[in-house]
Design a protein around this ligand. Structure first.
Ligand SMILES: Nc1nc2c(ncn2[C@@H]2O[C@H](COP(=O)(O)OP(=O)(O)OP(=O)(O)O)[C@@H](O)[C@H]2O)c(=O)[nH]1
Ligand SMILES: [Mg+2]
Length: 578
């Protein structure tokens, strides 16, 4: 399916043309038919040259330009209509400016009412004006909606236009800008829109204003469909939402794929920042939102939106001055998460940054780390260094292994009794947002990770399986009695001779208190914790009791603590924590 929007001044024959081409009456409201005036968007479709084409018919009256913009916003091609008898008029100009601002590149000029007067002068004039815009040089056809003259030529030109339209990306994330919402008796809430990219399926779960909704039923061009790929006019029957909660400009979204934003930095087309009013209306997709404009450079500005929208970098919209009936400028979204501008001169610096540095690079420079999914949701291509699910600033990434080593060394110096630094502690002190980043950074250092601890090289050598098993048996005993060393015959039973014990101590799996007196890997740290809770100073006997230990263990354990600078022995033989 191809979707084409009409454009042109009031009464120039847009709806008549759509009716002629499709046999469908695009004006839906009784009031529209009575007054011969299109007020809201109309929709009609037909087969043409073996393909299907849907028309979004827009109103030409100046009062309904916002409706026109909601119709044309998501549509890639336009049928520009000018009446031969009236020629170029005010809304011809405003509609063309809108198409230009939206950057619409595909179109066709139709001069209607050719039965009334020679269409040639208007064809020439309109084509010249259109050639100045994003549409470029377009084919022009003269027709009469009354006699039908020129319609075959128009159909041929439409077929040729469809051949030129770029193929849509049917795998893209869905953002269906809602242009109508209504209730169907028995079915519930239905929304319609132009699906510009992506694919919709019956049963899909989608996001709508932060809530989850389910696609109960799907229609394209009046037919039920299980799957509809872009580009298409679709009607979506939704479960889980009330019609009253939906308005034009809401969007149906692929869950989790879009970020809402209330503040954006944009580049301007066809207008300079200092000429813009402070208050304008942003039209993007089918949305129309009041914005506060703050100029940054000559062709960049910051927009504060009255209501947040799901936007991405690269989105195209326009700013309109509703009072003056004027398109003030076209915009392209550059950044949906712009930095705050609190300092003096910040706006100018920001403009320079936008002009000289890719936005994703600047975001990374400030944040250090951004999830790939978030970068995509912001509309940016991959930037920096990819690490697992993350994009990392290159400078940050290069410096990280060294920082990790330094931080680890400093921590180890402060914790001489620890057999390793907890991964989580190192992650936090390096201010890394995820453990996978630390693991990746550590692979460029001699440090290793085991049992949730970052360890020095060599402390992690693997034990032979039988020694490992034996040490695990000891570990279970240490859980309840961390300061009771296994007796010699127990060690012998487990096959832990001097050589095996030495290996386990080297691997950081046991702490040697003295000779063949061994405890668990964190025995010294845990002893220090217990002793810190005693009234200071304390005697060996008090320490022994508090540790639920024996003299055989307590005496050398205290000496180890002295040696590590954790405790200190006083002249009278008592000790205190340092
Ligand atoms: N003589 C003549 N009249 C036409 C032609 N096309 C449309 N009309 C008449 O012009 C009037 C306006 O036509 P519409 O098709 O409603 O115009 P429109 O552009 O859709 O108008 P809005 O949607 O209100 O902007 C109607 O009375 C039509 O019958 C044509 O080719 N020749
Ligand atoms: Mg009309």
């Amino acid at each position: 399916v191809h979707v084409i929007a009409t454009a042109g001044h009031v009464d120039h024959g847009k709806s008549t043309l759509v009716h002629r081409l499709t046999g469908m009456q695009p004006d839906r409201w009784a009031e529209e038919r009575r007054r011969g005036l299109t007020i809201d968007l109309g929709f009609a479709w037909t087969g043409l040259d073996g393909r299907q084409v849907a028309f979004v018919d827009v109103p030409g009256h100046e009062r309904f330009v916002p409706n026109m913009l909601a119709g044309i916003g998501p549509v890639p091609a336009a049928l520009f209509v000018v009446a031969a008898d009236e020629g170029w008029m005010a809304q011809s100009g405003e509609h063309l400016a809108a198409l230009d601002a939206f950057g619409v590149r595909y179109g066709l000029l139709v001069v209607t009412k050719a039965d009334r007067t020679d269409p040639e002068p208007v064809l020439r004039d309109a084509r010249a004006r259109i050639a100045e815009t994003s549409l470029g040089v377009v084919p022009g056809v003269a027709v009469s909606g009354h006699t039908g003259a020129g319609l075959d030529e128009l159909r041929a030109a439409l077929a040729a236009l469809m051949d030129r339209l770029p193929p849509p990306d049917s795998t893209a994330d869905v953002r269906l800008w809602v242009d109508r919402a209504f209730t169907v008796r028995g079915a519930g809430t239905v929304v319609t829109g132009t699906l510009a990219a992506g694919t919709l399926r019956t049963g899909d779960e989608l996001e709508l204003d932060g809530r989850r909704v389910r696609v109960r039923n799907l229609q394209a061009l009046g037919q039920d469909a299980d799957t509809v790929g872009a580009v298409a006019r679709v009607a979506v029957n939704l479960r889980g939402v009330d019609r009253d909660d939906i308005h034009r400009g809401t969007a149906l979204l692929t869950p989790g794929a879009w970020l809402r934003t209330g503040e954006i930095d944009v580049s301007l087309r066809g207008g300079t920042a200092d000429e813009l009013n402070q208050r304008l209306v942003l039209h993007l997709g089918s949305a129309a939102i009041g914005v506060h404009v703050r100029p940054l450079g000559t062709d960049t500005a910051r927009l504060k939106l009255d209501r947040s929208l799901p936007l991405r970098a690269g989105d195209i919209g326009l700013l309109r001055d509703p009072g003056a009936h004027r398109v003030a400028a076209g915009i392209e979204v550059l950044d949906v998460r712009p930095p705050s501008l609190s300092r003096r001169g910040a706006a100018r610096l920001r403009a320079e940054e936008l002009a000289t540095e890719p936005v994703a690079r600047a975001l990374l420079r400030r944040a250090g780390f951004i999830r790939l999914g978030e970068l995509r949701a912001m509309g940016h291509p991959p930037a920096g260094t990819e690490v697992g699910d993350w994009s990392v600033d290159e400078a940050v990434w290069t410096a990280l292994p060294d920082r990790a080593l330094k931080t680890f060394s400093a921590w180890s110096a402060d914790h001489p009794l620890a057999s390793g630094m907890p991964v989580e502690a190192l992650r936090r002190s390096l201010e890394l947002p995820a453990a996978e980043l630390l693991t990746a950074a550590l692979s460029a250092t001699p440090l290793t990770v085991r049992d949730g601890l970052v360890r020095r090289p060599g402390s992690d050598s693997d034990l032979p399986p039988e020694v490992d098993r034996a040490v695990r048996v000891l570990d279970r005993g240490f859980v309840e009695f961390p300061f009771q060393a296994p007796e010699a015959d127990h060690l012998a039973e487990l096959g832990l001779g001097a050589k095996e014990l030495a290996a386990a101590v080297r691997a950081g799996r046991l702490t040697r208190v003295t000779g063949n007196v061994v405890l668990g890997p964190d025995a010294l740290r845990r002893a220090a914790e217990v002793l810190a809770g005693l009234p200071q100073p304390f005697t060996v006997s008090e320490a022994r009791k508090a540790l639920d230990s024996t003299r055989r263990v307590a005496v050398p354990l205290l000496e180890s603590l002295d040696a590590a600078g954790i405790t200190e022995q006083l002249p009278d033989g008592a000790r205190r924590m340092l």
